[in-house]
Design a protein around this ligand. Sequence first.
Ligand code: PEP
Ligand code: MG
Length: 284
Amino acid sequence: VTKDGVPIRLMMNAGLLIDMPHLAESGAAGVGLFRTELQFMIGETMPTRRDQIAFYKQVIDAAGDKPVVFRTLDLGGDKVLPYARWEREANPALGWRALRIALDRPALLRFQVRALIRAAAGRTLRLLLPMVSHVAEFNIARSLVDKEIERARLMGLPRPTQVLVGAMLEVPALMFMLRQILRSADFVSIGSNDLLQFAFAVDRTNPRVSRRYDALNPASLTMIRQIVQSAEEAGGEVSLCGEMAGRPLEAMALVGLGLRTLSMQPANIGPIKMMIRSLNAGEV
Ligand code: PEP
Ligand code: MG
C-alpha cells in the first residue's frame, strides 16, 4: 500500500516448479504470469498429457489459495523446442509463434487446455493467451477453450469452478482494439517486453540495438497511459507482466500511470514493495 493508501498488487512470474517456493518467500499475491513453455523447453521430448496434468496440479497445489495465471504455450521467436523440427524464418519475432502456432495446430492448444482443465478441477482456472494480434484470434482460441470445458462436462470429468481467459497485449495493433478485446477477454496483461520491442522496432534479443529500448521514453509512457485509460473506460482489468514491472523507477512510473497490478521476477518483489511503501501515488 502506498503512503497515500493506494493498494498495489505485486505478483510474481514463474515457469518451473522450482520457482514456486518463491511465492511464500517473496510475499507475492500470486503468480501473474506462468510461462508454460519453459517446461516444454527443458525436456528431451514433448510432455504427455498425463505429465502436463501432474505438473500443473503441482503448481496449483504449491500456490495454495493464491491465484496462478497460466499462459498457454508461447513458442517460436526466441523460444524453440530442442526436439521439434523448426523451419528457419527470416524474422522469427514476427513469424510463426505463440497463438499463431496454436491456431494452426489446434491439437497442441487443445491438449494443453484439457490438461489445465483437469489440473484445476474444483478451483478457478486462469488462462492467458500470448501474442494476440486480432480480436478474432482471441475469439477462436476462447471458443476452443469453451469446447474443452463442455467436453469435460459431457464426459462427467471434474472441472474448474470458473475459467477466466485473458489476452496478452504485446502487439501494438491490439492497443487500438482494446475495447473490443475486453468484450471477449476477462482481463488483459501488458507484455511490455514484446510491446516495446514492436513499438520501437528494436529486437530485444540483439545486444547491438536492445539498449535503445527505453521503457521510460515518453512514447512508452503515453502508450501505457492510453491502454490504462481505455481499459478504465471499458471497465476492464489490465495489469503488466514485462520486465519493466520489476525495476523500481519503471514500476513507480507504472503506478503513476494508473496500473495497480504488476507481475515480476520474485527477487524484485522486495525492492518494489519498499519503493511502493515510500511512494505517494497521487503525486506521481
Ligand atoms: C512480454 O513480452 O513482456 C512477456 C511477459 O512475455 P515474454 O517475456 O515471455 O515474451
Ligand atoms: Mg512476450
